[in-house]
Design a protein around this ligand. Structure first.
Ligand code: NAI
Ligand code: MG
Length: 346
């Protein structure tokens, strides 16, 4: 029996998470759900707190989390996201953000050359350090002399463990991406950890290094070159949006926030709360459903995960999908179409 904490969040979060939960339920596995529907922006706005310590303990007591998205146009403070998603990532030490990009159908690729459309890669993003830890400050706020600083944190432990993870999940190649020619101190630490890891790994995998600007260019020129890309928090954030677009856009991108040492994971679509389409019933549930497949694989239900991924691929190939992928189904209809394709007998 595995327990799954479910935090749908805001905007399209609840719409797509509903379909992901329904997909997990359709598999009739030994899963128990703990629903935390109240962890959202509405509560933040009325109560000044979104996730209480009690909520946090419920999450910690479960085996994993299925997460929708947080973000609301009425919330201007960054504190809200910090208290929910960033708190979970940092306090549960989910140091790997595993973001696969797999082209489900040729027509979803924006690339001209068919030979280069074969995208099946993973961006491994460092998830607990870098520029997103909130270290820094503001001086002389609001004056012409204002100074704002955000410091990038890189630790040997943090860098080496995420590089080790990249080597463990790679099938043929690992590419390390940084900007060590311009961002000196952290960049050099990444380069040293990388050298040590490549020496340790031997010749099993091809290895390469790219500066992040060149990596962005190569990803558009020929993404079929790549298998696993490992990089820091901010470059991983940006490059994984790029790779998402290479395989059909935000609606299909899935992710896992993992601590490989404890086995705990938080699984969420890459997209945010999409206020521009929230409430219209058109959000694509594929990113959330593929995130649920990642959840299943991490919890020891590998065959069920594969069944979900195959059901998603065949419905998308048949054009039974939401408008962002060229279909005309609603969120709920697309979720139902995927569940109808599930060939799973348990
Ligand atoms: P977004 O990912 O919500 O939307 C970007 C674009 O992708 C929009 O045009 C949207 O309509 C489209 N899109 C997103 N999800 C889709 C889906 N399932 N199906 C079809 N189209 C989809 O990013 P945006 O607009 O920058 O941020 C909106 C809010 O979400 C903000 O408050 C932001 O802070 C938050 N956010 C939260 C994240 C999280 O919870 N992990 C991640 C990114 C943003
Ligand atoms: Mg992002």
């Amino acid at each position: 029996m595995k327990s799954v904490a479910v935090i749908p969040g805001d905007g399209v979060g609840p719409e797509v998470t509903r379909e992901a939960v329904a997909t997990l339920e359709a598999l009739r596995l030994d899963l128990k759900f703990d629903h935390l529907d109240h962890v959202n922006a509405g509560r933040w706005l009325t109560a000044g707190v979104a996730m209480t310590d009690d909520d946090f303990e419920r999450v910690r007591a479960s085996d994993c989390v299925l997460f929708g998205a947080v973000g609301d146009p009425r919330v201007t403070s960054v504190e809200y996201a910090r208290q929910v998603l960033l708190r979970l990532r940092l306090e549960l030490d989910l140091y790997v953000n595993h973001r696969p990009a797999l082209l489900l159908h040729e027509r979803l690729s924006p690339l001209r050359d068919p030979d280069r459309r074969n995208v099946d890669l993973v961006v491994v993003r460092e998830n607990t350090e870098g520029l997103y830890v909130g270290v820094g400050g503001v001086l002389r706020r609001g004056t012409p002399d204002e100074v704002a600083m955000d410091q990038e944190v890189n630790t040997r432990l943090g860098v080496s463990r995420v590089i080790d993870y990249a080597f463990r999940v790679a099938r043929r190649a690992v590419c390390m991406v940084d900007k060590s020619n311009a961002v000196k101190h952290g960049g050099q630490l990444w380069r040293r950890c990388w050298s040590e890891a490549t020496a340790k790994a031997g010749a099993r995998l091809a290895t390469s290094h790219l500066y992040v600007d060149a990596a962005a260019m190569r990803l558009v020129a020929d993404p079929s070159e790549f298998d696993v890309i490992v990089t820091n928090n901010s470059y991983g954030d940006i490059l994984s949006d790029l790779t998402a677009q290479l395989v059909g856009g935000m609606g299909v991108a899935a992710s896992a926030n993992l601590n490989p040492d404890t086995g705990f994971g938080l699984f969420e679509p890459v997209h945010g709360s999409a206020p521009d389409i929230a409430g219209q019933g058109v959000a694509n549930p594929v990113g959330a459903i593929l995130s649920a497949a990642l959840l299943l694989r991490s919890q020891g239900y590998g065959d069920a995960a594969t069944a979900v991924e195959q059901a998603v691929a065949s419905t998308v190939a048949a054009g039974r999908c939401t408008p962002d992928l060229g279909g005309s189904l609603s969120t709920e209809e697309a979720g139902r179409a995927i569940r109808a394709e599930l060939t799973w007998s348990g």
